[in-house]
Design a protein around this ligand. Structure first.
Ligand code: COA
Length: 202
């Protein structure tokens, strides 16, 4: 075997260039990026299956998805596999200690709390660790935003252990109800660990 064949990561520059030309039209296997308005339909398709088909309700309807992706796309994160959205988080800023009904529709640009409206994973990709990984990446990303101190979310009781595994703590029962659904409010301290911030690679 030639040296080049044995050490693929040491391919000469001209070969790398040929290889990258060959891949020019191939979509990346895995990509993480903020969502844009063009992603709104894909987001809602996942929500429709994950929530509406189960309870008749969902965290964000299509116009609300568009609303938040227009106002604060930088607080969203999508996981794409070969160009297809497989999981996402949408957040906005909030400026109070606890979530109120207003938090469901408003983005408070001067707030220092990120309200995570929704985390959802496409049906065929669930229970593979993607939800946990995406949340981990999102929280790492939030550490790099100097104005963010906390992340908060509300979830149904059965998902409390899932979010606890990501480092969230229970705040208590939420005052928000949606139809018959009740929620637990949870929070995560993004700021406050100067050592972790210094070493977070921001
Ligand atoms: C909840 C959700 C974001 C988790 O993402 P995920 O990629 O599937 O989660 P992970 O693989 O990282 O972690 C899986 C763990 O989360 C917990 N979990 C996930 N879904 C759960 C559920 N519906 N009930 C209870 N625990 C759940 C379990 O501990 C699970 O472990 P398991 O795979 O050994 O059963 C994802 O399942 C989702 O989008 N679900 C649809 C939304 C939803 O469940 N809505 C509730 C009905 S309205």
């Amino acid at each position: 075997m030639s040296v080049v064949g044995a050490l693929p990561f040491m391919k000469p520059l001209y070969m790398r260039s040929l290889l990258s030309q060959g891949r020019r039209h191939t979509l990346p296997a895995s990509e993480f990026r903020s969502l844009s308005l063009e992603d709104a339909i894909s987001v809602f398709e996942i929500e429709r299956e994950a929530f509406i088909s189960v309870s008749g309700e969902c965290p964000l309807y299509l116009d609300e998805v568009r609303h938040f992706l227009s106002l604060c796309p930088e607080l969203s994160l999508g996981w794409f596999e070969e160009g297809r959205l497989v999981a996402f988080i949408i957040g906005s800023l909030w400026d109070q200690e606890r979530l109120t009904m207003d938090a469901l529709t408003l983005h408070k640009p001067h707030g220092n709390t990120v309200h995570i409206h929704v985390l959802a994973v496409h049906r065929t990709f669930r229970h593979q660790g993607k939800g946990s990984i995406l949340m981990w990446r999102y929280l790492q990303y939030l550490r790099c935003l100097p104005y963010v101190r906390r992340a908060v979310l509300m979830c149904e009781d059965f998902l409390v252990p899932f979010y606890q595994k990501s480092g969230f703590k229970v705040q208590g029962p939420s005052e928000i109800t949606v139809g018959p659904l009740t929620f637990t409010e949870m929070f995560y301290h993004v700021r406050g660990h100067a050592f972790m911030r210094r070493n977070s690679g921001c």
